[in-house]
Design a binder for this molecule. Structure first.
Ligand code: NAI
Ligand code: MG
Length: 363
């Protein structure tokens, strides 16, 4: 099979970690796993420097046409004072919005070799493998009205609106249930039905989809605040957690810190399946930012970016075996003791970005 990948390395360490993905692409291609046609574009500060926008219309078209977009990171102090609508993040927000990327997948995996880097005790996190599915285009971050108004008595009032429709909840629930089928066959749905109407509807819709379409998957409902507590108490009780935009933002950050380093965390953002082809628009990116403090030094950890590519192989390209192979290579390299600086123990030798990439290719 032949796939068309659109690479947006971005700013800071983005280009440095993307190079390592390219050598993995070449490795798979050389062994006949698939043919990858790649094209690269500009996003964020580097796009602003080149043409004054956070992403060009031409690059948006390439992103729309791609089988998957691989995104590095954007931003940095250099662009702190550029106008709001062309700031680096605007490029990422435009991609999410125009590609309709409503489902954000954030796995939290704790490799045994790194369990001591977690914020929690080894036995609580060792072998952890959970997936948070966050609704990304709705809810209180986007609901209208959204405003700060001045009242007659001079006081101010801030309004954010939590809004969800049946359709929005159904489609994110299906993503979570479909993913659970490929894993531990368990979904935990987190909301606050005790105090929020959106939580009541969320609970009803997820229950209905679970009953009618996924009777083979176990469904549990958990209040979002309890879920945060449970994630810190005994995270291994979960397989897939599905939640709205706001709770997903918070719960995925909690889960992230169970695993050790920011430089290890991949993510995927998926759109709705196309009516004709069934294909989803998709973007894969590390959770971390452009790390301006270490950019250009060749010491960034490429694993979050490489893991994001593994997710692309699995979720967009139908190459699950290649994804498994890549994930296994990462785990083995970590088990063998190879470390970039961010995951090295005090006094332990650290390798640079290129050596980590090369070790994974070799493995
Ligand atoms: P950051 O994630 O870039 O860095 C936080 C800390 O983690 C830094 O000390 C950095 O050196 C370290 N770090 C991050 N990734 C690493 C890796 N792969 N290997 C080793 N160490 C790593 O977050 P920060 O500093 O808050 O933001 C820096 C810039 O990135 C800002 O302009 C921010 O707006 C942007 N940003 C962009 C995101 C994106 O493109 N999706 C997400 C988060 C921040
Ligand atoms: Mg966040």
């Amino acid at each position: 099979a032949s796939f068309n990948l659109f690479l947006l390395p971005g700013d800071g360490i983005g280009p440095e970690i993307m190079v390592e993905v390219k050598s993995i692409l070449s490795w798979f291609q050389a062994r006949g796993v698939a043919t990858f046609e790649t094209e690269a574009g500009l996003v964020g500060g580097s796009a602003y420097d080149a043409h004054g926008k956070a992403i060009s219309e031409e690059d948006m078209k390439l992103a729309q046409a791609a089988d998957a977009v691989l995104f590095g990171a954007v931003g940095g102090p250099k662009w702190d004072s550029v106008p709001y609508d062309v700031r680096p993040e605007a490029g990422l927000l435009r991609l999410r919005k125009d590609l309709g990327l409503f489902a954000n997948l954030r796995p939290a995996i704790c490799y045994p070799a790194l369990a001591d880097a977690s914020s929690l005790k080894r036995e609580v996190v060792e072998g952890l493998d959970i997936l948070i599915v966050r609704e990304l285009t709705g809810g209180v971050y986007f609901g209208e009205p959204k405003e700060i108004v001045t009242l007659e008595n001079g006081e101010k009032r801030a309004v954010d609106t939590q809004l969800y429709t049946t359709h929005e909840i159904e489609r994110i629930a299906r993503v979570a249930f479909d993913l659970a089928r490929t894993r531990g066959k368990k979904v935990a749905s987190a909301e606050k039905r005790n105090v929020m109407k959106s939580g009541v509807l969320w609970n009803q819709v997820v229950t209905k989809i679970g009953k009618e379409e996924y009777s083979d998957v176990a469904l549990e409902h958990v209040l979002a605040d309890n879920c945060a507590m449970q994630l810190v108490r005994w995270p291994k009780q979960y397989d897939v957690i599905v939640c709205d935009n706001l709770f997903g933002d918070i719960l995925s950050d909690v889960a992230a810190m169970l695993t050790g380093s920011l430089g290890m965390l991949p993510s995927a953002s998926l759109g709705a399946p196309d009516a004709a082809t069934g294909k989803r628009k998709s973007l894969y990116e590390p959770v971390h930012g452009s790390a301006p403090d270490i950019a250009g030094k060749g010491i960034a950890n490429p694993i979050a970016m490489i893991g994001s590519f593994a997710m692309a192989l699995r979720y967009s390209l139908g190459l699950g075996e290649a994804a498994d192979m890549l994930d296994k290579a990462i785990a083995n390299v970590l088990a063998s003791g190879v470390r970039t600086k961010d995951i090295a123990a005090a006094g332990q030798n650290a390798v640079g970005t290129k050596d980590m990439g090369a070790a994974i290719v070799k493995e």
